[in-house]
Design a protein around this ligand. Sequence first.
Ligand SMILES: NC(=O)c1ccc[n+]([C@@H]2O[C@H](COP(=O)([O-])OP(=O)(O)OC[C@H]3O[C@@H](n4cnc5c(N)ncnc54)[C@H](OP(=O)(O)O)[C@@H]3O)[C@@H](O)[C@H]2O)c1
Length: 330
Amino acid sequence: MEFRALRVSKNKQSKSGIEARIEQLLVDELTPGEVLIKVAYSGINYKDALAVTGYGKIIRNYPLNAGIDVAGEVVESTDPLFSVGDKVIANGSGFGEELDGGFAEYARLPAELTIPLPEGLSLKEAMIIGTAGFTAVLALHRMEVNGQNPALGPIVVTGASGGVGSFAVDILSKKGYEVIAISGREQFHPLLKSLGANEVVKQEELALSDSPLDAVRFGGAIDNVGGKLLGQLIATTQLWGNVASIGLAASQDLNTAVFPFILRGVSLLGVSSANCPMPLRKALWGRLGDDLKPDHLDLIITEEITMEGILPASFEMLQRKRHGRTIIKL
Ligand SMILES: NC(=O)c1ccc[n+]([C@@H]2O[C@H](COP(=O)([O-])OP(=O)(O)OC[C@H]3O[C@@H](n4cnc5c(N)ncnc54)[C@H](OP(=O)(O)O)[C@@H]3O)[C@@H](O)[C@H]2O)c1
């Protein structure tokens, strides 16, 4: 059986050294796995955009079907835990990096990385959430395990109009946190208020200083952009507050000093959704269909596209011309 996939291959002639194009594949050409699924939906994450455009070195085995998120229905399984017709999802865990991912009509998933569709979610809802929503929840989980609670003060969300940022705003607000959303794009400020932000500002409006320790202003932060802003948030976080570092949309750099850590007990928490252990991954997906299910999936999804639209949408995402979540119907 032949099917279509957005496959990324090495190409010495192209400037980036890679080329992504729609190809016909056979199931036997897919990376191995016990569970063959007919893919229903996937979604575009920043990492996918880097992978298919060649702007970032994400893929480790070429050629590979991109797409770190995947949701679909089982059509064949050699693992007794999964049967034909089961609805399943997978995210991170090497998909779209070293295992063939979700930008394809079929995917073969190793059983130990396959998650039954959580109760309370449809396949489409799971892919609107995707790695973006999962990462926001992973960050909140790490912060709360480390003592974060609404009484510590407002949580700043940076890169707020993006996929991770939008979900962070929605879910923090749902859990009773005061949320300060930072978005460089004023046209999305009303939308971020609708998602639950108490305040939406441009970075400049906060007038944060470059001092490595400054007056306390925030209970914690979920940061998608990195660079100077991340250091400024660490410098102004409350005693025992947590700053979750998720992304590098602005910069991979971080300048700070030890003062916030040794004088205020501030914690800088790393968040790596790709490497989240499976028991925690499954537990958090369960909560995404339950007490942490975002309230505004309809506002966060901005477009449903087909395979042909992935490459142009990825360039737009890297040029900061998209917001929320773009999902792909396969
Ligand atoms: N650690 C992990 O496990 C993990 C998982 C998922 C994503 N990530 C990372 O998290 C970040 C966000 O991912 P995403 O999927 O949400 O991407 P996204 O939808 O493109 O959102 C990124 C947001 O960052 C802001 N931004 C973009 N370029 C910027 C710049 N040059 N300077 C300042 N802000 C900028 C924009 O928000 P505004 O216009 O509203 O300011 C944009 O909407 C990415 O760096 C991604 O690689 C990490």
